[in-house]
Design a protein around this ligand. Structure first.
Ligand code: ADP
Ligand code: MG
Length: 247
């Protein structure tokens, strides 16, 4: 639940009093023209951008203004508009980096003891390999991420996010920069996450895709929410049409 969220950059009101809900277990879509403030909203939920004001409640707990490592610990995991992988690490290592730190570091690891920690690590590697199979990129486990295509990087990025078993997954235009062959693979994956009941916020500009995948949708324009409802309503809404025409 996001309430009255706001962020300015210099004089620009990028996000200007935004309120909406991401129902638990939903695949909520966020649409709106370029510059509407979508990525900024996502960044604030993820803890990467500190809001000027407003509240973000995750399952009843306030997370607005927490730094990203703390929102991550609460189960908020994101991907970026420009696919971001660790180029000089292998695909498998990239996935393992998604495992939350409390599984193998610091006090927890010390308390668990080395043997148990090793076992956990083995389990994570198994999970990562299962995920790679599911993503259809098993054969690339030992390839350096730098060598992947845009779409493959995207798959790795989503796989890394899934390793964290998120309570809220934030996807910023996951089809951007993805080839025509891989886009349907990513769409199918997102649809599967929805079937599994994962709570997802998906930013996407292709309306047909949002219509196939998302319910509800939030429409943003010029830093404000134009409407929240079903995609069919959004299409019929004159304000939404105008916002898209104006760009
Ligand atoms: P969207 O993702 O909907 O395209 P953004 O959230 O990226 O929109 O951007 C919203 C507005 O805020 C735009 O006018 C953009 O130029 C501005 N903006 C976003 N991030 C920054 C930043 N770090 N510094 C300055 N202006 C920014
Ligand atoms: Mg954006």
């Amino acid at each position: 639940m996001v309430e009255d969220l706001a962020k300015s950059f210099g004089g620009v009101h990028a996000v200007d009093g935004v309120s909406f809900a991401i129902p638990r277990g939903s695949l909520t879509g966020m649409i709106g023209p370029n510059g509407a403030g979508k990525s900024t909203v996502l960044g604030m939920i993820a803890g990467a951008i500190r809001p000027d004001r407003g509240s973000i409640a995750l399952e009843g707990q306030e997370i607005a203004g927490l730094p990203s490592h703390r929102t991550a610990r609460r189960g908020v995991v994101r991907t970026f508009q420009a696919a971001s992988v660790f180029p000089r690490m292998t695909v498998l290592e990239n996935l393992l980096l998604g495992v939350p730190p409390w599984h193998g570091e610091g006090i927890a690891a010390a308390l668990l003891g080395r043997r148990r920690w090793r076992r956990e690590e083995r389990e994570q590697v198994l999970r990562a390999r299962e995920l790679l199979a599911r993503l259809g990129i098993s054969s690339m486990a030992d390839t350096f991420a730098a060598q992947l295509s845009g779409g493959q990087k995207r798959l790795v990025e989503i796989g890394r996010a899934m390793m964290a078993r998120p309570r809220l997954l934030l996807l910023d235009e996951p089809m951007a920069g993805v080839s025509r062959t891989l886009a349907p693979v990513i769409e199918a994956l997102v649809a599967e996450l929805r079937e599994e009941g994962m709570t997802v916020l998906l930013i996407e500009h292709e309306l047909a895709l949002v219509e196939r995948l998302c319910s509800p949708v939030v429409v943003l324009a010029q830093g404000r929410v134009l409407m929240q409802g079903e995609m069919a309503e959004a299409r019929a809404n004159p304000e939404v049409r105008r916002a898209y025409l104006v760009g």
